[in-house]
Design a protein around this ligand. Structure first.
Ligand SMILES: NC(=O)c1ccc[n+]([C@@H]2O[C@H](COP(=O)([O-])OP(=O)(O)OC[C@H]3O[C@@H](n4cnc5c(N)ncnc54)[C@H](O)[C@@H]3O)[C@@H](O)[C@H]2O)c1
Ligand SMILES: *[C@@H]1O[C@H](CO)[C@@H](O)[C@H](O)[C@H]1NC(C)=O
Ligand SMILES: *[C@@H]1O[C@H](CO)[C@@H](O)[C@H](O)[C@H]1NC(C)=O
Ligand SMILES: *[C@@H]1O[C@H](CO)[C@@H](O)[C@H](O)[C@H]1NC(C)=O
Length: 396
């Protein structure tokens, strides 16, 4: 008995020592991981440099906005749950801005209020650009709850977290779909908002939530109502790459490129009997480079206790037929076009009056040549036939 006891003791000490070493090792590792250390560079405000939370930054517009912000020396934290965006876009940005403290990506779902709160607690944001949303008119008519739920709830979560953590500037991505089908063109910010599909209605609800909240706070709010966004980074670093399963609901430029690439047999133009010059819908196409410029100007001019609401469009309407012709020229493919019935939830004619943003933010659209914007986007599409996935990843 004595014998075994004396033999066991060193054994116990050895185990204890091992445990102490392991614990020390773990603490060391945790200390080096930014989440657990007080030295996370994003957890402190940097004087003179604005740290922007870009929600939905893996998506089409959010990634372009992040690129512009980073180029302009802002610090950027992207939060995205990749439900619709692309990790590939994040990787491009990370490669362009690898320096510590410039760009961080956080994979999280904004539908998760606790996750959002943690992100705000651990990071010192100066402003939020809230892009994350589901954003397809056609899909919204098929799955209204998805739209009402996600668009309003995520905006609430963001506002609550901003209020709880003292983040005072919000730039919100709204849409011309909140106007519905006004009688009078062009659309000004005073045009009554009477949305006619769940997407537009949910976006209007989110605007109302923001506006009511802003009345009781000193938040600086800018609401930008985009018209139809096209184009991509002129330097070819980023592009528009929606999930293949969203193709069906996709926007016209994506469909046009898919047709030119032979991924789909041709273009389906929905509705030729609208009361417009050539019977097809009229839209105001705004290049994404101009759009993100509007965001930077809005951020710059945002002031506490002030709300700015701005249309972001070119002020010029183009018919779908015109668009298709520009697309054929840009791609140099004679795309097959089928003319079909109207699609539910579409409106005949929509174009903006951008004079307010022009006057107050000194913003003007510069990329207004439809064919040029499409050529830029086409160059990226052609060199990325699988979107952000590499060709080898595609074959797996
Ligand atoms: N594309 C247009 O023509 C257009 C026009 C008007 C307004 N908008 C608005 O602009 C914004 C961005 O649109 P987009 O075209 O870049 O769309 P997108 O689908 O490319 O990007 C949206 C991003 O948000 C992310 N996201 C969605 N739900 C999320 C969640 N719960 N948590 C975290 N991330 C989430 C997605 O993963 C995606 O990366 C949207 O708010 C949209 O309503 C777009
Ligand atoms: C992303 O967010 C959406 C919207 O809240 C949610 O439905 C989806 O399940 C989330 N996906 C992931 C991978 O977190
Ligand atoms: C949005 O909300 C619905 C619930 O209404 C959910 O089923 C869906 O997965 C959510 N996510 C996205 C990305 O739409
Ligand atoms: C407005 O912007 C232009 C560049 O687009 C610039 O040259 C001009 O100085 C700006 N005006 C003001 C008042 O800031």
């Amino acid at each position: 008995m004595d014998n075994s006891d004396s033999r066991r003791k060193p054994h116990v000490y050895g185990k204890l020592l091992m445990a102490v070493i392991l614990t020390a090792f773990c603490i060391l590792i945790l200390k080096q991981s930014p989440k657990f250390s007080g030295s996370n560079v994003f957890s402190r405000h940097e004087p003179g440099v604005t740290h922007v939370l870009v929600t939905g930054g893996a998506g089409y517009i959010g990634s372009h906005a992040a690129l512009r912000l980073l180029t302009d020396s802002y610090r950027v934290t992207i939060v995205d749950n990749l439900s619709r965006g692309n990790l590939g876009a994040i990787r491009v940005l990370q490669q362009l801005f690898p320096e510590p403290g410039r760009l961080q990506f956080i994979f999280a779902d904004l539908g998760d209020a606790r996750a959002a709160n943690r992100i705000f607690a651990e990071n010192a944001f100066d402003a939020v650009m809230h892009f994350a949303a589901v954003a397809y008119v056609g899909e919204s008519t098929l799955e209204p709850l998805r739209y009402y739920h996600n668009i309003t709830a995520n905006t609430l979560v963001i506002l609550e977290a901003m209020a709880a953590h003292g983040v005072k500037t919000l730039i919100y991505s709204s849409t011309c779909a909140t106007y519905g089908e006004p009688e009078k063109m062009p659309i000004t910010e005073e045009t009554p908002q009477l949305p006619i599909n769940p997407y537009g209605k949910a976006k209007k609800m989110a605007e109302d939530i923001i506006l009511d909240f802003s009345k009781r706070s000193d938040m600086a709010v800018m609401i930008l109502r985009y018209f139809n966004v096209i184009g991509s980074d002129p330097e070819g670093r980023l592009g528009e790459a929606p999930r293949p399963e969203l193709r069906e609901h996709g926007r016209i430029s994506g469909a046009c490129f898919d047709a030119a690439l032979g991924i789909i047999p041709g273009l389906k133009v929905k509705g030729t009997d609208y009361a417009t010059s050539d019977g097809t819908c009229i839209r105001d196409y705004i290049d994404v480079t101009d759009l993100v410029d509007a965001h930077v100007k809005a951020l710059d001019k945002a002031r506490p206790n002030k709300v700015g609401i701005y249309n972001v469009g070119t002020g010029k309407g183009r018919s779908v037929k015109e668009f298709v012709e520009a697309c054929k020229k840009a791609t140099e493919v004679n795309i097959k076009v089928d003319y079909l019935e109207r699609r539910p939830g579409d409106y005949a004619e929509v174009y903006s009056d951008p004079s307010k943003i022009n006057l107050e933010l000194n913003w003007t659209a510069h990329y207004t040549d439809l064919q040029k914007s499409l050529s830029t986007a086409w160059r990226w599409q052609k060199s990325h036939p699988n979107g952000y996935r590499s060709p080898s990843a595609m074959s797996v």
